[in-house]
Design a protein. Structure first.
Length: 252
């Protein structure tokens, strides 16, 4: 009996030791890779902004350098549309939406989330002379299965669309997932967001290509198309980037 207990004790001891060593290795690897993961996430974000900015050809493999040269990240108070200082060193508008001191409730909207940040990031794209040529607005809202995240790029007139780039979505491949299809993305180029100051852009089934305010809906993906519409209606409206676009402060 004593021998059996001794053997059991040794077995348990070995198992505990192995688990301890493995946990140390996993924890060390996670800590060691965190910096690399953060770097890759930042580079992926910059890559999508570069695409929305129309600078992919200029990037030529140097995403970070192109971003630093041509893109300025700024912060605006969504309530006033005015520029403000960056709230904190590591400020992120999506993380801020979960923090009461940095967010407000979203009411009377079917955009798909209940809180949004009070301060939002925007990106001003400059040419070689330093003149602002595009404004890139981060937008997100519900699709069929989950929230979809993207960048809306507009000309410096504050009205003409150039790109709508969705970089994170969980829609059905071949249906709602077509928000990332280049042929659908191309339909946005040149469309107008506002008519007489009101949000006029519409996603319509069998939209006339010559209609400056209409983009053809995704085939077989009504709920995803509705989600894109709700997203733009919210973020271009008075509770989103509407006050900022009305001010057009980047022109001053």
């Amino acid at each position: 009996m004593s021998a059996k207990k001794e053997t059991l004790g040794k077995t348990v001891g070995v198992v505990v030791a192995v688990c301890l060593v493995c946990s140390i290795i996993v924890s060390s690897a996670a800590v060691g890779l965190r910096s690399m993961q953060e770097t890759n996430a930042a580079l992926d974000k910059q890559s999508n902004i570069i695409e929305a900015a129309g600078l992919a050809d200029k990037a030529a493999g140097d995403i970070a350098g192109t971003f630093e040269k041509y893109v300025d990240e700024k912060y605006i108070d969504l309530a006033t549309g005015q520029y403000v200082e960056k709230p904190s060193d590591n400020y992120d508008m999506y993380k801020a939406a979960k923090m009461p001191e940095y967010s407000v409730k979203v009411e009377g909207s079917n955009v798909g989330f209940q809180q949004r940040a009070s301060i939002a990031s925007i990106y001003e794209v400059k040419d070689d002379a330093g003149k602002v040529t595009r404004i890139i607005l981060p937008v997100h809202g519900s699709g069929l299965w989950d929230l979809m995240y993207g960048f809306l790029a507009i000309d410096s007139d504050g009205n003409t669309v150039r790109e709508l780039v969705y970089y994170q979505q969980k829609e059905t491949p071949g249906l709602g997932g077509e928000v990332q299809n280049p042929s659908w993305k191309a339909k946005w180029d040149g469309k107008q967001l506002f008519d007489q100051g009101d949000v006029a852009i519409k996603i319509k089934k069998n939209a006339n290509p010559s209609d400056p305010y209409a983009v053809d809906a995704l085939s077989g993906a009504t709920l995803t198309s509705n989600g894109v519409q709700n997203t733009l209606s919210y973020w271009l409206g008075k509770n989103g980037f509407g006050p900022y676009l009305k001010n057009q402060t980047w022109k001053s």
